[in-house]
Design a protein around this ligand. Structure first.
Ligand code: ADP
Length: 219
């Protein structure tokens, strides 16, 4: 128990530290983004898209930390799932093109999901980011919306590198990462948000075959 306590203390401390850094970084980042947009008013700033997408990436990391540390206010509304996914895919447009990734959308059965839009955006973002990272040499991402057994399901599958059983077992534990620039918080946030929506996720993965993350939301 002492060990568990010490670990918990460490986590709480790491959490507080992460929160305060995130807070400090957020404001200057907002300024950078604003100035960047202003400087590119005529659309002629060199490397604008790349710089902007990297700024967005920093924003993402910062907001991940803030989400973890703070109890979130939730505003449940009916939202069109395909529209939110489409918006999130937009953030990865450059990466998709540069890394030769093909995104296939099966949105035939569009879902109207009752959710907190910002939080669900974060869920899609984190899962899509992982899928992209699993495809460093290109490949396919398949997104499928469906209704099954009283659940609305959103499946995001990639045919990338996949995970070993060991990694899969620990997924969602804080700071568990195999990525050089990862923080191991992404899937923890995904699980936290999905369960706040009274849903759950399943993950199927095989080394060299790919990974499918399936979100279940109560219909
Ligand atoms: P991070 O991306 O910062 O490492 P996550 O919690 O999002 O944190 O993911 C934890 C780990 O799970 C990753 O480091 C990676 O090893 C593994 N993982 C998650 N999604 C995938 C995926 N689609 N394909 C392969 N491995 C994955």
């Amino acid at each position: 128990t002492e060990e568990v306590l010490r670990n918990t203390e460490k986590l709480v401390f790491a959490g507080q530290l992460a929160m305060s850094i995130a807070h400090e970084i957020r404001n200057p980042l907002t300024t950078v983004k604003g100035m960047l947009q202003l400087s590119n008013k005529d659309g002629k700033l060199p490397h604008y898209d790349l710089i902007m997408s990297e700024v967005e990436r920093m924003n993402l990391i910062v907001s991940e930390f803030l989400i973890l540390g703070k109890p979130q206010a939730v505003h449940f509304k009916n939202e069109r799932c395909s529209a939110i996914l489409q918006e999130m895919l937009g953030i990865f447009a450059i990466q998709v093109r540069m890394n030769n990734i093909t995104v296939t959308r099966d949105f035939q059965e569009d879902l109207e999901i009752k959710c907190d839009r910002n939080q669900i955006k974060q869920v899609f973002l984190n899962i899509l980011k992982n899928a992209m990272e699993a495809l460093p040499f290109g490949g396919d991402i398949m997104i499928t919306l469906a209704v099954e057994d009283g659940f609305q399901t959103i499946t995001i599958a990639d045919n990338g590198e996949g995970m070993s059983e060991e990694v899969l077992l620990k997924i969602g534990e804080p700071f568990h990462t195999t990525r050089f620039n990862g923080n191991g918080l992404g899937m923890m946030i995904v699980k936290k948000i999905v369960s706040a929506h009274k849903g759950h996720i399943t993950i199927k993965s095989e080394i060299g075959q790919g990974t499918a993350v399936k979100i279940f939301l109560p219909a």
